[in-house]
Design a protein around this ligand. Structure first.
Ligand code: AMP
Ligand code: MG
Length: 190
């Protein structure tokens, strides 16, 4: 069975770390970071220079880049495709879906995995990430984002019929979190 595991989570949960560990545990898998493909398309059009500028673009522009990215990912034919992406983006026009119907239909996920962490861990990780221009957020906004993520996850699961798995990625536990996803993938393909 071909697997297309779409991993999502709000900024600072450690999603990219988990997914990279998962890649090293999984033979024959391809990892695609949705934001990196969007960034390539955005740079090609001279709209942005850094990935954290994408969410500041007018939503209509972001939609074009999002559509192009989903189309590129939908053409990937590897037996296992791991996608690192977002359920929603905090734009200047409001929260905007990362997996609206057209996009999730193109991605055809077999599994949806939500990575979560505690608000304290998230704000610490955001503050420490010097390579990024992360939005800082108070505890209340982080709780709002975490619960909004579950809502968007349930919608994506319902649209696709893909099961949703939620995992807590506590400090120092990225390996264990990745192993849980790897175990789920072994079950799925047995
Ligand atoms: P990341 O490197 O995963 O934090 O992604 C960088 C940026 O790419 C995000 O902040 C968003 O602006 C954009 N992005 C990632 N995934 C999506 C998506 N599914 N839809 C729209 N924008 C996305
Ligand atoms: Mg990331």
């Amino acid at each position: 069975m071909r697997l297309r595991v779409v991993t999502v989570g709000i900024a600072g949960v450690g999603k990219t770390t988990v997914v990279e560990k998962l890649l090293s545990m999984t033979k024959g898998a391809k990892l695609v970071t949705f934001g990196s493909v969007m960034l390539e398309e955005g740079k090609r059009r001279r709209l942005v220079k850094h990935r954290d500028e994408l969410r500041k673009l007018p939503v209509e522009r972001q939609k074009e880049l999002q559509r192009l990215t989903a189309a590129r990912i939908s053409r990937m034919k590897e037996a296992i495709v791991l996608v690192d992406t977002h359920l929603f983006i905090r734009t200047e026009e409001g929260f905007w879906p990362g997996l609206p119907f057209e996009v999730v239909r193109a991605l055809k996920p077999t599994h949806l995995v939500l990575v979560e962490a505690s608000p304290d861990e998230i704000s610490q990780r955001r503050a420490q990430d010097k390579l990024r221009y992360r939005d800082s957020a108070d505890r209340g906004s982080l709780l709002e984002e975490l619960s909004l993520a579950r809502v968007f996850l349930a919608v994506a699961s319902n649209l696709t019929g893909a099961p949703m798995l939620t995992l807590t990625n506590s400090d120092g536990k990225a390996d264990a979190t990745a192993r849980k996803i790897a175990t789920m993938m072994r079950k799925a393909s047995s």
